[in-house]
Ligand binder design. Sequence first.
Ligand code: ADP
Ligand code: MG
Length: 707
Amino acid sequence: MGRTHTIEIPVSGMDCGECAAHVRRAVEELPGVESVRVLLGAGKAVVRLDPARVSPAAVRRAIEAAGYSAPTRPPAAEGALHRPFLTALGVVFGIVLFAVAAGEWLGLFDRFTARVPWPVGAAIALGAGYPVFRNVVRAALRRRITAHTLMTLGVVAALAVGEWATALVLVFFIRLGDYVERFTTDRARSAIRDLTAMAPQMARLERDGREVEIPVEGVRVGEIVVVRPGERIPVDGEVVAGTATVDQAAITGEAMPAEVGPGSKVFAATIATLGSLRIRATHVGSDSTFGRVIRLVEEAEAHKAEVHRTADRFAAYYLPVVAAIGGLTLLVRRDPLAMAAVFAVACSCSFALATPIAMLASIGAAARRGVLVKGGRYLEALARADVVLVDKTGTLTTGRPRITEVLAMNGASPDDVLALAASAERDSEHPLARAVRHAAQHRGLASLPVEAFEALPGAGVRARVDGHLVAVGSERIVPEPDAAARTQLRDGQTPLYVVRDGKLIGVLAASDSVRDDAVGAIRALQATGIRTIELLTGDNEASAATVADAVGIPYRANLLPADKLAVVGEYQAAGHTVVMVGDGVNDAPALARADVGIALGAAGHDVAIEAAHVALLRDDWHLVPALFEIARRTMGVVRLNIGFTTLYNLVGISLAALGYLPPIFAAAAQSLPDIGILANSSRLLRQGRSAAHPAGRAAGGTRPRST
Ligand code: ADP
Ligand code: MG
């Protein structure tokens, strides 16, 4: 397969999870399409395809062949939200009609509606419900029943017994339900929309010595972007000139400004204040950290695991059962209106909405705080997690270790040891490597020529430096174990052995301190009832013990990355739900293997953002217990949503089947659970303003500003 790319195609005419699944299947079948996600709420399909094999136009045709429309531009005036006048008129008319029909049924006044001839009423009902009926017929042609199929049967039943007013009230509530649903989804998406609104649009570039302003997508990697005070930085890049204070709220969710100058990394969508910058672009558009965040959040929304599964399950089990109950009602009671009432009361989309709406609200709210959750199922897993495994270097410790001692032996000088080690570490991303390079720089040691660099995950590095085979790392890289054992370091330090041509020539002592925020955060996790919290590290016993004791948790030391994987697997096999917290850079496999892998301080680390299930863009341990709290609250809302809907429908269906609930009231009742779910789930939109921040830091202005 050639190079793939991702396109977005607006789709209209989808009115339930069912339709989204259908569009997905239709597009998936095309050759050259790698993956499809249909975003019901946003009304679009995100298609990853190979442009050499399939064109966007072909995708559009497939969507249209499936019975939906795929306009080249998003329709400007689609849905109730954009047609306020017509909608208001419809609502007023519907309410008046409902009042009249209800009044007649209660015997408050005479049969008004009887004065309108049946054909006229029936025509109005059919006309008003046309878009719904059209979708129902389309679904039927594909041998599918939807919630609207049953409602439509109810309308037909009402018309058949001459009750056009009842039929029209049913239509009114079907459409009202759709609008409520769209509104609900729209609101749940609002947090995500706030986020996308922060995407930079224009960039000021230096081209051929002149400044030009162009749309962000046009910027090429390596070009110099000019940013003035108060402007949003349009790309990820490196500052080449100027200094500024940068508000990174868009990325980290925290208004805490960062000082940047030449050499600093800056991120797209953050705002430069108090200074101008010239930035060399390294990542543009959807490749930037911000672009990734947006894409991943949108994908989280479309996660098949939730929306489609729930919708499919809903259609597969619930609807046939309701159809059977309705049929039985008709047979036993010989009353088409009772059957219509059963269909009307049971057929809200609430079941399908209960989970995704809550997830959507939470994921969006979390993203705004710099917590990137890649799908509702991770919130589900977090809420039931009982084991938390924690990486050490850079996770429990500051990740900014310092070399405190240099021991030399076997004829080498301390400077030789440090110079060789720093050169061998030149291309390593490991925090220890940074410490070694820093120490060498500090002593003014020149770097030596390096070839054949090789990282040994969990052990160290190896390279040919200045003609010598040099290895730096843990005891594992030392060919003579007793030589290693003889070198003594203070407890808690990490020895970095330096081996030249098979001989141990020195040891560097690295010391790193435990992060204060980690201690508090681990306590908070323990307090919420997580019993097993364990430190996993590739470091030696002594330093593992020092860190573990400071935090108050058990540890396992000397683990290779594969061993960490095995520990995760062990707990999972014993039936636990495992959360792994790491920095996402050198522990990516374990993060991926865990039920939920959380990467700390992931901003700017592509690997970490991609590997983790939850990426905390800010390097802040307090976000971890906050995340558990968010997950539990979300699942609480989901359970309440489902419980409420179930109870409501059970009672409603029973009353309707027994003839106590006339269809008009049944239809009105049907729209209530949706509103309940909306209200209940909206609580999640507000969460995190306090929960994701420890007291004291929650002070105003943490919400990213938009310009
Ligand atoms: P942790 O599990 O604490 O995150 P790692 O698995 O990254 O640690 O590394 C385990 C051990 O391997 C380190 O304590 C160190 O001794 C050694 N090591 C790993 N990478 C390097 C490196 N780049 N330079 C020197 N030593 C390294
Ligand atoms: Mg690590």
